[in-house]
Design a binder for this molecule. Sequence first.
Ligand code: GLV
Ligand code: MN
Ligand code: MN
Length: 425
Amino acid sequence: MPTIPETLRVDPGRLWEDFQNLSRFGRTQEEGVSRPAFSAVHLQARAWFRERVLAAGLKFSVDGAGNHSARLDCALPAAGKHARVLLLGSHLDSVPNGGRYDGALGVLAALEVLRVIKDAGLALPVDLEAIDFSDEEGTLLGLMGSRALAGKLTRAELAAPRGGRQALLEGLGRAGLDEAGLLTANRSVQQVSGYLELHIEQGPRLKSQGMQIGVVTAIVGISSYRLVFTGRADHAGTTPVQDRLDAAQGAAAFILEARKLVLQQFPGCVANVGLLVLEPGAYNIVPQRAVLGFECRSASMGELERLEAALLAQAQHEAQRYNLGLEAELLSRHAPAMMSVKVQDAIAGAAEALGLAHTRLASGAGHDAQSLASLCSSGMIFIPSQEGGSHSPREHSTWQDCLNGANVLLGATLRMALQQMDQTI
Ligand code: GLV
Ligand code: MN
Ligand code: MN
């Protein structure tokens, strides 16, 4: 393998300035960020990213799914006109009142790696691209940009998106996109040589084990459902309790029983009811409809399917118990994904060269890397999350850990790019 330029490092001041500036878009009172996909502040953050790309002297492009890319044409002449590209990235959108690091760190570190390699004037066997994937968090669809790029987006998903059809169409419209374009963003294995993503762990394991870097082995599968319990609206003061068809009872019973079911029968899996709307929604009306948004996760596809079936059977049981109707709609199912062992080794090698303590672990959070895994050799670098908090303004990683992660991203990028020379990926 050609020699790796081990002394290259990211520029801490430049990365810090970018991180601080990006954190201003959608900043919340509690020092978190709210940047739901294609909201006004998300569009502002995207415009800011474009400016940073151009200021770095990199090529900027946007595809049909709204993915924003910075490209460094650093491929050796020997790679020919159609050199493959090594992608580095994550996402700039956030959950409502989320943290400043989730996604943002990975995009900014990817851009910084391109700047460092450009400044060093390195020629590699591949071109490099730093990418901000659209709607990772699922405000509209979930993993939208990365699934589109990997050619995994389906018309069925677009017809019944997790955030609702109207929200999808309006969001796309605000970003100057449309559905037809979404289905044109796919790339081929001949174009993409691999994918690397730096991310905060979003859990407590690295910190509690005293580890500085996590090498991700696999990413959980995630299924999302909308459940609707239907009863009858009645006067809340005059209808005897035993005569009510109260949709809220079915929803409440399901929420409690789902927790028990997971704890007792599905160790290692999780389920979450994160949305609950009672209609018509007044103090003095017995709820006619309870609409729940829930998701469940497992690292094994078979177990994920069994968990879904068990949760739906539980919902049916609660509907019968309270004489309610029940509709269940599957909104999305993202399969668990294995990370490439070669990429894991490249990440571990980069951490080793920097003297950073590292360990291998699976991700309980979803990531764009799980979409890319079906297209190319993919891998993820985790850094410790203080207190493990995430999807909340409590999200925090030390700046030293962020820099360590960015330098491992740089080292792993060089390893993957140079391995390409041996056609080993
Ligand atoms: C994305 O952050 C997810 O795990 O839902
Ligand atoms: Mn993320
Ligand atoms: Mn997230």
